[in-house]
Design a protein around this ligand. Sequence first.
Ligand SMILES: Nc1nc2c(ncn2[C@@H]2O[C@H](COP(=O)(O)OP(=O)(O)OP(=O)(O)O)[C@@H](O)[C@H]2O)c(=O)[nH]1
Ligand SMILES: [Mg+2]
Length: 183
Amino acid sequence: MGNSSSFEISLKQIASKEEARILVTGMNWAGKTTILYKLNIGEVIVTCPTIGLILESVRFRNLTFAIWDLGCSLGFKTLWKYFHTNIKGIIFVIDSNDRERMDNLKWLLQEMLFEEMLSQLPILFFANKQDLPNAISLNEITEKLELFLIRGRIWRIQGCSAIRGDGLYEGIEWISHVLNFGS
Ligand SMILES: Nc1nc2c(ncn2[C@@H]2O[C@H](COP(=O)(O)OP(=O)(O)OP(=O)(O)O)[C@@H](O)[C@H]2O)c(=O)[nH]1
Ligand SMILES: [Mg+2]
């Protein structure tokens, strides 16, 4: 990665080229990449791996899905600063099998929910890995992450298994519909 000013210029260039998008995010290992592959909505493109920001994007109808990790050392704020104007919705992927990181996840989610630049955007929560025997139920995830406290935006939690493909299209159809892009 170059120095911080050349890095900022690179970010600006990426942000200016991209069109309206849905941000797909969540903790690492949650299944973001697998979901996008499974949806078979196009080739996953590593847009710019050289600057330390792993940005993958795929297209589905007229939506662009861009993904990056919460665990990324850049942090939310750097990314939001450049990308928020094009973001129309958020897909937040949860590893339903990861009980140990639920508390961490809750705080990361809170940080995002309170981010002014992302306020009012609809959120689809994909409770992924529901195929695993110890997966946490949707009700329990809703409790643990306090999703019921979300105000001022449309949200939905959708159980899914990126491995099997269950639930993915229901979620994508929902967010497409909410954004008035879907048929
Ligand atoms: N059992 C099961 N495993 C899954 C599912 N989705 C993803 N995985 C596995 O979880 C691991 C992480 O999946 P990725 O798609 O790489 O997750 P990611 O969120 O893109 O991870 P990072 O890019 O590292 O942040 C892989 O071993 C996947 O095969 C699922 O629905 N069920
Ligand atoms: Mg990934």
